[in-house]
Design a protein around this ligand. Structure first.
Ligand code: NAP
Length: 523
């Protein structure tokens, strides 16, 4: 957004430093000084797209059309004119005078005066996919002066991205097809996979000119734009909400570390099963997308299992037993596999900390605090290995239901109200509630740990944000051995990574990125 010539030039320099190839100057709010804008275009470190978006197409320009086209005519006289100018299809179609004046400025087969500027004809819908999307495409394709077609609309679901990919792949002319809003990120990151002319990224989050636009740093360093090719495999974390998940940071870094041609995205799907099944089904069916798997988190772990049944996937027996899965794998031959890596990760975290084998778990007395999704995976794992488990929960009925489900399979599982926790029965205590999680870091499920625990007790908090919860700090002060939820999170992610890539991930890559991320978020 151009607010002043010097600011605009500084921004183009920063964009170039961040790795941009082209810069769009949005001049909507700065149209009064044509000479100043001409200087920006001429002195910019990067070739420019100049756009003066009117308010009727989501921009800020409120002046008249004649003056707007005059600005472009002025810029076309520059010694170094804009690489492209962007005009809305609606404006171009509406007035023969506009069309005639624009056609004179841009390079096209009928042009008599030499010019290097290309015309981008654009169409934006800030509410949803336009019902006449394909008519708009055809109109752009049919306009001889239009060098590039740009279509952007507000995505109502992740499925909108698939249509953007189809538009790109059908390629009448060089095309930009982007979805706006929180569901539109895949269209922005994967644009290159489908041959888009470009994607847009902002210098910093506050400078985004459309909702859902990533920053250049995210595009280049998190999603590794430069490595994306038509055959790049696609993975993601499916949840709702999912924007703040740490999984894209760790999995993309791990793909990079082992040189695996893949990219990992946050994939937001609303909670209902119908949304999950329709979206994941459509993504799997889009063969050119190479969607090869996903981490699945709240609220979709049960949905994944149901979907796996409907799609006749191979289902890990333990995931079936738990009633929830967190990992989807699609093999190159099209077959699907689902599993629950939370369970193995929790068991491995405890065995690693205690230096014991899975077989040794049969001798352990384990207190699980909470009876939600994570508790279910933890109880299933310990019960399967023959441990004796007590489930403490605020709502006793839920603890009882959990105990009934897993009691007697190998180990013994009983339910107890949470307020009975203060005894010293257990050898291992595992917090599976959100008590103590950011931002409520003063909370703890065990207010009086000195009475409950002593040296020799193992305390495991499944929370990983923050890494050192109040529960773990108190436990350490009481002399206990402690295990952080970070360890479990890293292990469940590493197991997923192995299933997708058949490669072991360097755990220190995951640990470093997560620790940096949690430190930088101030937690
Ligand atoms: P969930 O299904 O919502 O279950 C939450 C459990 O916590 C329920 O049993 C609930 O009791 C109890 N609870 C909630 N608020 C409470 C309170 N104020 N006082 C007492 N009990 C309370 O959640 P989840 O999916 O199991 O996740 C639980 C935690 O696990 C998360 O907060 C997260 O930090 C952690 N987690 C860790 C990993 C990892 O890899 N390390 C992965 C996923 C989750 P009621 O039954 O009475 O409602």
């Amino acid at each position: 957004m151009v607010h002043a010539p010097d600011q605009a030039l500084d921004d183009t320099t920063r964009a170039a430093q961040h790795g941009a190839d082209l810069v769009e100057l949005r001049v909507d709010g700065f149209t009064h000084d044509h000479n100043a804008l001409a200087r920006v275009v001429e002195e910019s470190d990067l070739p420019c797209i100049v756009t003066c978006r009117p308010d009727w197409e989501g921009g800020q320009y409120q002046g008249d059309e004649h003056a707007r086209i005059s600005l472009f005519e002025h810029l076309a006289q520059c010694a170094r004119p804009p690489a492209y100018i962007d005009i809305e299809l609606a404006a171009y179609q509406r007035s023969s005078d506009t069309r005639r004046r624009i056609d004179r400025l841009v390079d096209h087969p009928g042009q008599v005066k030499p010019t290097s500027t290309g015309l981008i004809l654009s169409s934006h819908d800030f509410k949803s996919r336009p019902i006449d999307l394909y008519q708009r495409v055809e109109a752009m394709a049919a306009a001889p002066a239009c060098r590039i077609m740009k279509l952007a609309w507000y995505a109502k679901s992740l499925r909108d991205n698939l249509e953007a990919f189809e538009l790109l792949a059908s390629h009448h002319k060089p095309t930009i097809a982007l979805c706006m809003g929180p569901f539109g990120l895949p269209s922005r990151v994967l644009a290159k996979k489908f041959g888009a002319l470009l994607t847009f990224a902002s210098i910093e989050p506050s400078a985004a000119t459309a909702e859902g636009q990533p920053t250049i740093d995210q595009l280049k360093n998190l999603y590794r734009w430069d490595t994306i090719t038509p055959t790049t495999r696609v993975f993601g974390v499916i949840g709702y909400p999912v924007a703040h998940s740490a999984s894209p940071a760790i999995h993309n870094a791990a793909f990079d570390a082992v040189h695996h041609d893949a990219v990992y995205l946050p994939l937001s799907i609303p909670p209902e099963y119908e949304h999950f099944a329709a979206t994941v089904g459509a993504w799997l069916d889009a063969t050119d997308l190479h969607f090869r798997g996903a981490s699945v988190t709240i609220p979709h772990k049960e949905n994944l299992l149901r979907f796996a049944h409907e799609r006749h996937a191979n289902i890990e027996p333990l995931a079936e037993h738990i009633g929830a899965a967190n990992t989807l794998v699609r093999h190159d031959n099209g077959s699907l596999h689902t599993t629950n890596t939370d369970c193995s990760a929790a068991i491995d975290s405890v065995c690693h900390a205690l230096g014991i084998l899975h077989a040794d778990l049969a001798a352990q007395r384990v207190a699980v605090i909470g009876a939600g999704g994570v508790a279910r995976a933890v109880v299933a794992g310990f019960a399967q290995h023959g441990a004796t488990v007590v489930v403490y929960n605020r709502t006793l009925e839920k603890a009882q239901a959990l105990a009934d489900r897993f009691n007697g399979h190998t180990g013994k599982v009983v339910a107890t109200p949470l307020d009975k926790l203060c005894d010293s029965w257990g050898q291992i205590y595992i917090n599976c509630t959100p008590l103590g999680m950011h931002p409520h870091t003063d909370a703890t499920p065990v207010p009086d740990p000195q009475k409950t625990w002593g040296p020799g007790t193992v305390v495991f908090d499944t929370i990983y944000n923050p890494t050192h919860t109040r529960l773990l700090r108190d436990a350490r002060a009481a002399g206990c051995l402690t295990i952080s939820g970070l360890d479990m999170f890293i292990r469940q992610a590493a197991l997923q990574f192995k299933l997708w890539t058949n490669q072991d991930v360097p755990l220190d890559v995951f640990r470093r990125i997560l620790t940096d991320r949690l430190t930088n978020s101030g937690t």
